[in-house]
Design a protein around this ligand. Structure first.
Ligand SMILES: NC(=O)c1ccc[n+]([C@@H]2O[C@H](COP(=O)([O-])OP(=O)(O)OC[C@H]3O[C@@H](n4cnc5c(N)ncnc54)[C@H](OP(=O)(O)O)[C@@H]3O)[C@@H](O)[C@H]2O)c1
Length: 248
């Protein structure tokens, strides 16, 4: 049995990394997949073709998650194309690291807008559709850094902690309409985002992980499948950490 058969899912930031793995796992599990990207146009187009090979409906949208009007347009276009919205995965994210002493206002605002404001944009825009349907699963991508902070990432940590408060509030507001909202908080996952880190820093992270290795984007995607599917239908308002035991 496929866990997401017939569900229509929208995943932001899926041209690469964790979002791409989620899009592929969702297609494998029978979901129809809409996804977004911003700068990686070729990768986005290639993914649309790859997803169609699973025999599901797939469509990539070039859309800036940090822009409210664009997010509203995206939800309208998605619902027109797919007919309903069953799973919304707010995954798009960036880093612009630096110690607070050296962090510019722009570095702070950019990360808050792409990582946190985007979650408001998409969730708010999707709200009416989800409430009419009286069903839906929202999954928001936070981070271990949002749970415990990290030197050099005050902007990123604030955005990821904000996602947790936002999601818990949405879960309280929309639960009576059978709409669930949960957070995934990954630890250290091998993607382009972490690929830019100094190898020494990577070694330090790995040493601090009880399972002694970085996570894979596919492992985060497995969790997204569970939270998007009816296997988790009594789970809402939760932060699920996936980090090899790092934050224990
Ligand atoms: N990797 C980790 O260790 C880790 C750990 C904890 C949490 N996370 C979180 O997991 C999520 C995915 O991370 P990742 O490692 O897979 O990152 P990634 O490989 O850098 O991919 C980021 C994705 O976000 C998209 N994106 C960026 N800005 C966007 C915008 N304004 N509008 C729409 N899409 C946008 C990118 O699309 P384009 O390339 O087209 O711009 C790309 O598809 C992020 O929220 C990240 O904070 C990652």
């Amino acid at each position: 049995m496929k866990l997401l058969e017939g569900k229509n899912a929208l995943i932001t930031g899926a041209s690469k990394g964790i979002g791409k793995s989620i899009a592929i796992k969702f297609a494998e599990q029978g979901a129809n997949v809409g996804f977004t990207y911003l700068s990686s146009v070729e990768k986005g187009e290639a993914l649309e073709n790859e997803l169609k090979e699973y025999g599901i409906k797939a469509k990539g949208f070039r859309s800036d998650a940090s822009n409210y009007a664009a997010s509203e347009q995206l939800i309208n276009d998605f619902v027109k194309e797919f007919g309903s919205l069953d799973v919304l995965i707010n995954n798009a994210g960036i880093t612009k690291d630096g110690l607070l002493m050296r962090m510019s206002e722009e570095q702070y605002d950019d990360v808050i807008n792409v990582n946190l404001k985007s979650v408001f944009n998409l969730t708010k825009a999707a709200c009416r559709t989800l409430m009419k349907q009286k069903s839906g699963s929202i999954v928001n991508m936070s981070s271990v850094v949002g749970v415990r902070g990290n030197a050099g990432q005050a902007n990123y940590a604030a955005s990821k902690a904000g996602i947790i408060g936002f999601t818990k509030s949405v879960a309280l507001e929309l639960g009576s309409r059978n709409i669930r909202a949960n957070v995934i908080a990954p630890g250290f996952i091998e993607t382009e985002m972490t690929g830019i880190l100094d190898p020494k820093v990577v070694e330090e992270w790995k040493n601090a992980i009880p399972l002694k290795r970085a996570g894979k984007s596919e492992e985060v995607a497995d969790l997204a499948v569970f939270l998007g599917s009816d296997m988790s239908q009594y789970i809402t308002g939760q932060v699920v950490e996936i980090n090899g035991g790092m934050n224990t």
